[in-house]
Write a protein that binds this ligand. Structure first.
Ligand code: ZN
Length: 261
């Protein structure tokens, strides 16, 4: 089995240095993705179980699981969002969007997006671990999850081989915490859609399930994604491109979300 180091090229070290992206058409036309079976939200999470979403950065909760959040809200599940970092390192040092400013701007974008999704009954814990160095604080995250998790919770976390170091550290800490408490862990690929191709050997197709979003949910997810303006707009103060340009966003405008069960 490949280690993280073996499957993560050097250029995958931060949001700012992105290699060429994988076009959404490549995923859309792939027979392996087409064959992924559908799953109902009620199958992903048992009745009465609390959903704990562990998001590395403000935007991952909506990129990865806006549809799930809407389903959970409809089904009346309690939701705990563990916001691991405030995403303060998304822009370069000379940007007008400084870390101090981003640590306020980005969580506020999450609040607005969740409101547009109609997800109001949600508890948010901000761990404020350092963006871009979650791996250096993995034990701390594991301890924090251990303190807040309850037996019977269902944990949703970024995939442990997602390609972004913070996402992978969150996936690993969540796996350990879930194992310690006997909680179910479901993983969410996010940057995989951008940095990997369908031929990537590490994609666990056998564990993949599709959660369908009806048309209204798709529209609400698009509207919620539009709240993350700091990530969607080019940085005029530095001339840097948007963190989430349209070709990346296209992966998250689908009529379904994929979960590794
Ligand atoms: Zn992220």
């Amino acid at each position: 089995m490949a280690t993280i180091e073996e499957i993560r090229p050097e250029e995958m070290q931060s949001h700012e240095r992105q290699p060429a992206s994988t076009e959404e058409a490549l995923w859309r036309d792939d027979p392996r993705l087409a064959r992924v079976p559908a799953v109902h939200a009620e199958t992903l999470i048992a009745a009465g179980s609390r959903a704990v979403i562990v998001a590395p950065h403000p935007d991952d909760e909506v990129l990865g699981c806006a549809g799930l959040l809407m389903h959970l809200a409809q089904l009346g599940h309690p939701i705990l969002l563990v916001a691991v970092s405030d995403g303060e390192k998304s822009h370069s040092q000379d940007s007008v969007l400084s870390p101090a400013l981003l640590s306020h701007v980005r969580p506020a974008e999450t609040t607005q997006a969740l409101s547009l999704l109609g997800v109001s009954d949600i508890t948010i814990i901000r761990a404020q671990l350092p963006d871009s160095d979650v791996a250096g604080h993995r034990t701390k995250l594991q301890d924090l999850l251990g303190a807040y998790l309850l037996p019977g919770d269902t944990l949703f976390a970024s995939w442990q081989f997602d390609g972004h170091p913070d996402h992978e550290a969150v996936g690993q800490a969540s796996r350990e915490a879930a194992r310690a408490l006997g909680c179910r862990l479901i993983e969410i690929p996010i940057w995989m859609w951008h940095w990997r191709t369908p031929d990537h050997a590490g994609i666990p197709w056998q564990r993949a399930r599709k959660l369908e979003l009806d048309e209204q949910m798709q529209e609400r997810k698009k509207a919620a994604l539009a709240c993350y303006r700091s990530q969607l707009e080019p940085d005029h103060s530095t001339g840097n491109a948007a963190i989430l340009p349209p070709e990346v966003l296209a992966h998250f405008h689908r009529s379904f979300e994929v979960y590794f069960v």
